[in-house]
Design a protein around this ligand. Structure first.
Ligand code: NAP
Length: 342
């Protein structure tokens, strides 16, 4: 398909990231059809001229390119392979691009399934956060070669400013998980520093300003720690999604017989936050784990849900540890959720 013939775009998943990305595609003049599980979250796009479809399949059936930006690997499976899935419904020759942070193995499976149907599926997770999505300056992490993506370049540039090609199906997701592993330790780093400053009676914001100019700084510290200082725990980037990313990274590490102590610590903390009611908070809510119970409760957490959860089995992952079910919870191995299932 030549770049000039790419006109009709479908977009599935218009949440925090998907809605602004789809908005940039619309602003660039493409014909846009959208589907989201909760229709209200697409209303802004519909008011600006996007068409609504009643299912992922209906959105995809006329599309040259279908983007997906859903939450978890299980959502990706539903949207691609479910009864109303886009894989079957999209026309031959269509591009199916998954922007979700998801499982590398699932990305390889979708790529291979699409190829035999004469369709082009590739993984393209993003970094840059909600700010990058709003500004149209995301970094794209592509599991395909540059020449395979060339016809889509104008379209991709409507919401990105940097593209990294990792050449092979699933490799975009694997590279994104490296980013999340590094991010997890940055988050734990500034949350530790904030707790130490608070306990030492040091001005917290002044400490952050000082650290951000030196080797202890990070984008995570600059953007997210100040929100925690003022008690703003709205998402941005959801706790349940970083927990999912770290579970995926730990499954990859386990397959490679590798230990990732930073990611394990990050997973353990984000899993705790998830279980005590923080799943839909922004990732900066990590700082709440260092607060006394009364302050955490005032912010919306409920520590009582962990009471009686000490039998080594009731880790709360319920088999839904977020990694997409690409491992077995029944056989007693470590599922990546940070607890050992006997
Ligand atoms: P979000 O606000 O929860 O958006 C996900 C959207 O997908 C929601 O609107 C959800 O519908 C929809 N969805 C889920 N399953 C669906 C299905 N089966 N059919 C149709 N729609 C479905 O999350 P987000 O922050 O945009 O994140 C999306 C993905 O990007 C995640 O994988 C996340 O890890 C990744 N990511 C996020 C950021 C960030 O800073 N936020 C940055 C980089 C990457 P409902 O409206 O019904 O919930």
């Amino acid at each position: 398909m030549a770049a000039s013939t790419i006109k009709r775009i479908a977009f599935v998943g218009t949440g925090i990231m998907g809605a602004p990305i789809a908005g940039h595609i619309l602003d660039a003049g493409y014909q846009l059809t959208v589907y989201n599980r909760t229709r209200e979250k697409a209303e802004g796009l519909l008011e600006r001229g996007a068409a609504w479809a009643d299912s992922p399949a209906k959105a995809a059936e006329q599309a040259d390119v279908v983007f997906t930006m859903v939450g978890l690997p299980g959502d990706v499976e539903d949207v691609y392979l479910g009864p109303d899935g886009i894989l079957e419904a999209a026309p031959k020759g269509a591009y199916l691009i998954d922007l979700t942070t998801s499982s590398p193995q699932l990305a390889r499976e979708l790529h291979d399934a699409a190829e035999v149907m004469d369709k082009h599926a590739f993984d393209c997770p993003v970094t840059g956060g909600e700010e990058g999505a709003l500004a149209g300056t995301l970094t794209l992490i592509v599991g395909a070669q540059e020449q395979q993506v060339a016809p889509l370049l104008d379209l991709l540039k409507t919401f990105s400013s940097k593209i990294f090609y990792f050449d092979n199906p699933g490799a975009g997701q694997a590279a994104k998980l490296c980013n999340q592993v590094s991010l997890a330790s940055c988050m734990v780093g500034w949350a530790d520093a904030l707790a130490l400053a608070r306990q030492s009676g040091i001005d917290e914001q002044k400490m952050l300003d000082m650290v951000s100019g030196g080797m202890g700084g990070s984008t995570a510290l600059e953007r997210l720690a100040p929100r925690a200082v003022v008690g703003d725990y709205r998402p941005g980037f959801l706790v349940e999604h970083l927990r999912k990313d770290l579970a995926l990274a730990l499954v990859e590490a386990e397959n490679l017989e590798l230990t990732l102590p930073g990611a394990e610590t990050g997973y353990m903390l984000y899993d705790t936050l998830f279980q005590v009611g923080g799943s839909r908070m922004g990732t900066q809510a990590l700082a709440l784990l260092y607060e006394d119970e009364a302050s955490a409760t005032a912010a919306g957490l409920d520590w009582s849900v962990l009471e009686g959860n000490d039998d080594g089995q009731g880790c709360g992952c319920g088999g839904g540890c977020g990694c997409g079910g690409h491992h077995d919870h029944e056989d007693g191995h470590e599922c990546g959720c940070g607890h050992h299932h006997e």
